[in-house]
Design a protein around this ligand. Structure first.
Ligand code: FAD
Ligand code: MLT
Ligand code: ZN
Length: 474
């Protein structure tokens, strides 16, 4: 039926018939189902433009036909934001063909890149020219710069370089009317009114289509040291973070925490990985990274001083320090494998929360106790970006029980318990994954009414017809 819709011929004329996919062209699961397999939608068509002008023309066609658009990059998002609803009436606007790296401006320390460029491709292109593009996350082999910007992605280097928002100096955006805003200035200072780029960053495809961005790049560090440390408690991890800031200053580029159970899932599902500690050797682990712009000696001197202080104060009980880049990658790989191992373990209830770092140990103690009281035997897969006060406080069904049934029956109540506590601790219910359609009702419940009203006004002003990613976020 969908192949008959009158918009399809217009779309084919814009991007070429081979880049308009419908059911007749084969299996569209990769575009219609979210990464976590939480929902399967149905698209009217998947459209794959290759230039900004094509994106603008597609948007204008959708406006003319009153057809809603779902922008999509690598479809690695965690909150069902980049897939269509089940109506079969929405066009998926997949941007992965719009993927050129336009320029690297060495003097300005910026790179200008199209939205569909895969993050790892950009990292590698910058590295080949001696620069660092610091955004780093386990999905980097398939997530795109447009998706990173639209979700304001975090990842493992935020403690030093900030979220994607902090890395962005300019944007090119196709508006909901199909006009192009050319905002790729690359300026570090520009106070000519509202800073529009910040409206689109983190807007999850609800305000405009990001087609390109000018992003900060940095000199490559000359030395990097990575440690995998065992800790007696979460309090100790917070103490270690304080010491790391004191000793390493801006050299602290990664600080990730994992509970023993989370590491155990990697051990179980990826037995080929070498984990430096035995099961249950310690309740908590931290992956810590020091990047140095001076020299290997400078890096080692600082890192050793940090480790010495940490042992003396009892905040680490044991640690492995990578001897070379391959070992450092292997240690990072353990941390990056946690979400994949958790997905293998079965369906789970994810929470991507942020809190003041200082309040995290008290939150976790209180939350663990409350959940254990409600759900005896419940398994908590707790890990995340402690350096940014961001935990992935995930809840998995008790061992031997049906994960799917637990999710169906308990997700609502588990979420309420967790988010009510997050609110009591003045935290956020979404630190980095965003809202999508999964947390839309939660946003409405937990966000301050005045803030929600402002967000709705912005949406109405920029997308009055409500054609951009309807049903997501608001
Ligand atoms: P998609 O999933 O395709 O889209 C995400 C959202 O952005 C959707 O709302 C979509 O409509 C919108 N969008 C996409 N492209 C555009 C565009 N060009 N213009 C406008 N809107 C657009 N996230 C983190 O923050 N930190 C992590 O550490 C992290 N680790 C991850 C690890 C794994 C294994 C996986 C699977 C995911 C992880 N994520 C993480 C989540 C996800 O990878 C990020 O949110 C990523 O930024 C999404 O990029 P994408 O290209 O896949 O976007
Ligand atoms: C991570 O930090 O590993 C990601 O945000 C993904 C996840 O939490 O599943
Ligand atoms: Zn994360």
């Amino acid at each position: 039926m969908s192949t008959q819709h009158p918009i399809l011929d217009t779309l084919r004329a814009i991007v070429g018939a081979t880049h308009v996919l419908t059911d007749a062209d084969g299996d569209l699961t990769a575009y219609e189902q979210d990464w976590r397999k939480r929902e399967r939608g149905k698209a009217l068509a998947v459209v794959r433009p290759a230039s900004t002008d094509e994106v603008a023309a597609v948007v204008r066609a959708c406006v003319a036909h009153k057809v809603a658009l779902v922008p999509q990059g690598g479809n690695t998002g965690m909150v069902v934001g980049s897939t269509p609803d089940a109506s079969g009436t929405q066009v998926v606007l997949n941007l992965t063909r719009l993927n050129r790296i336009r320029t690297i401006d060495a003097a300005n320390l910026t790179v200008t890149v199209e939205a569909g460029c895969v993050l790892q491709t950009l990292q590698e292109a910058c590295a080949a020219q001696g620069y660092l593009f610091p955004l780093s996350l386990a999905a980097e082999g398939s997530c795109t710069i447009g998706g990173n910007l639209a979700t304001n992605a975090g990842g493992t280097q935020v403690v030093r370089y900030g979220n994607t928002r902090e890395l962005c100096l300019g944007l090119e955006v196709v508006t909901a009317q199909g006009e192009v805003w050319h905002g790729l200035t690359g300026l570090r200072k520009d106070n000519t009114g509202y800073d529009l780029r910040h409206l689109f960053i983190g807007s999850e495809g609800t305000l405009g289509i990001i087609t390109a961005a000018t992003l900060r790049i940095y000199p490559q560090p000359v030395a990097q040291l990575t440690a995998f440390a065992a800790l007696p408690s979460l309090d100790a991890a917070v103490q270690l973070l304080g010491l790391a800031h004191q000793h390493l200053h801006a050299g602290l580029t990664g600080f990730e925490v994992m509970a023993d159970f989370a590491v155990g899932l990697v051990r179980k599902h990826f037995p080929q990985q070498r984990i430096p500690f035995a099961a249950a050797a310690s309740p908590w682990y931290v992956v810590l990274e020091n990047s140095d712009l001076e020299s290997e000696t400078h890096a080692r001197t600082r890192f050793e001083a940090l480790m010495e202080a940490a042992f003396e104060q009892g905040c680490i009980t044991d640690a492995v320090i990578a001897e070379n880049i391959a070992q450092a990658h292997a240690l990072w790989h353990i941390r990056e494998s946690v979400p994949l191992a958790q997905a293998q373990e079965g369906l789970n209830i994810k929470h991507d929360i942020s809190l003041a770092v200082s309040r995290i140990p008290a939150f976790v103690a209180e939350m663990d106790a409350l959940l254990a009281q409600h759900y005896p035997g419940v398994r908590l897969v707790n890990y995340g970006h402690l350096g940014d006060g961001n935990l992935h406080y995930n809840v998995q069904a008790p061992e031997g029980t049906n994960g799917e049934a637990f999710l169906l029956e308990q997700e609502g109540q588990v979420n309420t318990l967790v988010y009510d506590m997050v609110q009591r601790y003045s935290g956020s219910i979404s630190a980095e994954h965003g809202i999508g359609s999964m947390k839309r009702d939660k946003l409405a419940h937990y966000k301050e009414p005045a803030a929600l009203a402002l967000m709705r006004s912005i949406k109405a002003a920029l997308d009055p017809q409500g054609l951009l990613n309807p049903g997501k976020m608001l």
